[in-house]
Ligand binder design. Sequence first.
Ligand SMILES: CC(C)(COP(=O)(O)OP(=O)(O)OC[C@H]1O[C@@H](n2cnc3c(N)ncnc32)[C@H](O)[C@@H]1OP(=O)(O)O)[C@@H](O)C(=O)NCCC(=O)NCCS
Length: 167
Amino acid sequence: MNNSEQAPVTVRPATLDDAPHVAALATQLGYPTTRDEIPARLAAVAADPHHTVQVAECRSDVVGWIHVYVRKTLARDGDAEIGGLIVDESYRGRGIGKRLVEQALAWARQKGCHTVIVRSNVVREDTAQFYLGLGFETIKRQAVFRRALDNHQGKLKTDDSRPNADG
Ligand SMILES: CC(C)(COP(=O)(O)OP(=O)(O)OC[C@H]1O[C@@H](n2cnc3c(N)ncnc32)[C@H](O)[C@@H]1OP(=O)(O)O)[C@@H](O)C(=O)NCCC(=O)NCCS
């Protein structure tokens, strides 16, 4: 990816053509992902009005993405949740992350949500500062548990539990 300081950045919905860049950025986020895994996930998102993936594009390169979805549980509704956000390392500090979050907030508003939540690994102290600066507040700290299902024993991506992985 070329870092062009002056080149304009646009934010738009992801397309299947973005799969290679989306996969590379997911890997940078801490979730090793191949380009072959992304098209089915993007297609599922495109078919579901409760999800959106927006990408930041600069000179035909995807340099960031955000996934946000309407989160409904039995106990609560009205929340949207940011499922993932990443800006390419060489494009950080240019306002791209902020634009992606603002786009997610606008989308959530349009969907009738009244709050947007995001879970961020506590080891990402910089990321906490980023969200606090955008008007988010810390509401709680949680432990995250996982149990493999019997038919998938040994197939979990161990990197999901790396301390620097998101979520
Ligand atoms: C967090 C992340 C998305 C921020 O993207 P970015 O494009 O560099 O952020 P922006 O340039 O839009 O910054 C927006 C504001 O946040 C502030 N900010 C950004 N990174 C910051 C940091 N590390 N510490 C403190 N403030 C920060 C900026 O100063 C800016 O403030 P301003 O509007 O007052 O000028 C990016 O650093 C990233 O991809 N990090 C790794 C992955 C990650 O943590 N994802 C989120 C997981 S939930």
